[in-house]
Design a protein around this ligand. Sequence first.
Ligand code: ATP
Length: 325
Amino acid sequence: MSTPENDEGGETARPADGASPTTGAGRPANGTPLLEIRDLTVHHGQLRALDHISLQVFPGEVYAIIGANGAGKSTLLRTIAGLHRPTDGSIVFDGTDVTRVRPERRAMSGIVMVPEGRRLFPSLTVEENLQVGATYARKGPWTIERVYELFAWMKDRRTQRTAQLSGGEQQSVAIGRALVANPRVLLLDELSLGLAPVVVQRVYGMLPQILATGLTVLLVEQDVSQALRVASHLQCLLEGRTTLEGRPSDVTAAEVEAAYFGLATAGYGGAGSPSPAGHGGAGSPSSAGHGGAASPSPGGDGGPGRPPVSRGGLGGIVPPEETET
Ligand code: ATP
């Protein structure tokens, strides 16, 4: 799937320093972001999982956060949903600071998450799981019936316990459970986790219909190719810091790889260059552990006039395929 924004010229990818506004062609120059993260820092005990992360998500966007294991992606989504308390920074939703607002109140205001690993109630039926999602629902277009229309197989199996469903079916129920809460911004945490590629494509294939109801999506993905297929804007995290930000059509495979792994790239001052003072993570070339995966993708020469990332051309940095359980 491509997005309309992908086909427009304009804004170039750049390393985000947390201060620059994320506006440009394809994004409203003077618009108001629906969701704004300002200088967010989150600790898990002594560990700084997020280090001054900023981003702006505009209405109708599909904003993708990519990054390797432990980059801080889930921490970011969970903090936006209210499940972690930040050490510093703020979360502004539709012009209101919600940084200290309780998770259920955030859900009622329209911030709803599909968590990593689905987190369904396995002993409950499909329909009972959907009813759970309606607990803190806003008024809006999504009802359980509407979810059944979106996922044609679901109504006939509504009395089946979710433990009996395949991974892809469970993911669909998890999405449906979030939709019946009538989100304004839908947070999707690693939809692809544990699913076969064909199932991942089917699950992501539902996005256009979901977006058509006026939703905005902020998703995190380790599967970079998949994220690039659906995103209108992307941001790469590494060790809790932003290493790259821009539109998928404006970044190259080499830049994405560098940002993902913290490698230096020729001709690009972003992911590979030393980050602002005091950080030896994202900017430092990693020496161990990357092996062949970090080698440049075909066509990504890292120099001027670099070809943009080709969808699906990032096999080297997509995690090994996992099969549906
Ligand atoms: P993954 O795809 O593996 O989930 P991620 O990019 O989502 O990676 P996070 O899950 O946000 O990364 O984790 C960021 C860092 O914070 C990691 O080092 C992780 O071990 C640590 N971490 C995450 N949750 C907790 C927690 N509840 N307690 C302690 N450390 C945590």
